[in-house]
Design a protein around this ligand. Structure first.
Ligand code: SF4
Ligand code: SF4
Length: 172
């Protein structure tokens, strides 16, 4: 009888504790409002942390085509096309700098080896697309203000870059 009573007391106490947690969470949620009440994407996006790793920022005018970022990438998702600069110039012209975002895992291992600091993780997280091809972003075909600027990528700019055949450093 004593065991039965202690089991009933333990069960009642456990139930009360569980209900207290539920009730406390419910009232907290009610007081602070819902998440969607504060943020309404895309008009009011969720703020991000200063060290957030979003889609890359890339400065084509500084890149020397050394391939160090591509070699550091653990999933081999950076594809660099380059051609030798005509004499008397030295080095390479980068004609393509494509990152495959179907493979990229935003680890930032490509950023540190860059000797000229022209590749960073940006703050953009919005590159929604309906096709896999849209996830291949050729930074050499994007306007510099989009590829390197604080606004970085946006889907219309990436879609427009698919129709560009020459890298942006080639003057029309
Ligand atoms: S963030 Fe990581 S996975 Fe993405 S391109 Fe850079 S090294 Fe590769
Ligand atoms: S490491 Fe930097 S300079 Fe070298 S290819 Fe990559 S982005 Fe260009």
């Amino acid at each position: 009888m004593r065991t039965w009573l202690s089991n009933v007391v333990a069960a009642t106490r456990t139930l009360a504790e569980g209900m207290f947690v539920t009730l406390r969470t419910f009232t907290q949620t009610y007081r602070r409002g819902t998440f969607t009440g504060h943020f309404a994407y895309p008009e009011k996006p969720v703020p991000i942390r200063p060290r957030y790793r979003g889609f890359h920022r890339f400065d084509l005018t500084a890149c020397i085509g050394c391939d160090k970022c591509a070699k550091a990438c653990p999933v081999d998702c950076i594809y660099i096309d380059k051609e030798k600069a005509a004499a008397p110039l030295k080095g390479f012209h980068v004609t393509g700098f494509t990152i495959d975002y179907t493979k990229c895992m935003f680890c930032a291992l490509c950023v540190d080896p860059c000797p000229v600091d022209c590749l960073y993780m940006g703050s953009t997280y919005d590159l929604s697309a309906y096709t896999r091809d849209s996830c291949l972003v050729d930074y050499a075909k994007l306007p510099l203000a989009v590829a390197w600027g604080p606004a970085t990528l946006d889907p219309p700019a990436v879609a427009a870059s698919k129709t560009v055949s020459l890298p942006v450093w080639v003057k029309s």
